[in-house]
Design a protein around this ligand. Sequence first.
Ligand code: ZN
Length: 221
Amino acid sequence: MIDIKAEVSNTLSKFPSLRVVEQNTNETTLEGEIHLKDREFGGVYDAYNVRIVIGKCFPKCFPKVFELEEKIPRKPSRHVNPDRSLCLGVLQQELMITRSGIKLIDFINFILMPHLSRETYREIKGFYPHGEYSHGWKGILEYFYDQYQTESPDEVMRILTAIIRNQLPGRMSEVCVCGKKRKYRKCHRIAIEETLKLDSKYLIELYSGLKLYLDDRNNNI
Ligand SMILES: [Zn+2]
């Protein structure tokens, strides 16, 4: 059993722009702004007013998220479901990610915010980053492309493998695990520290899912 109240209060402490608007035995509803921050400079570059409904199946399912100002047009091509909630991924992927339970804060950081930032990009540029924003494992791979500033699945997997196997450099002057032969400190250290904030069980599931997806993709070429 998860303590939903503790989960919520932990989340609100990191996201003070959200507040609880309703809480009963079946659901907890949060509302407020999600601020998208520039990774490098820290400034807020966009904000979305959202309602997050945490249902009974949480943490084994994603909360439902509604964007309240219709900044995102209500159509399937913009990943909005018929019930007007945001389509945050295909069911199979959601089940895989939530198998051992997802933390609310990881959901916001790892699923919701990347989704919204892609919508902002889509709005400004007229197309999704890396082409159409993909769901499923392809979308997760694209997340890591962004995170590690690469377009190479091998590089992403080398980094994730080192994280999972606890083989990160002990000293900052050692070479990075990505294979680029640059010093860890100047290469992926900061990005890897971000990844390390994820729940470790969850990270292992992401890793195995991505590996299967990539093996499959290689076999089908
Ligand atoms: Zn590196």
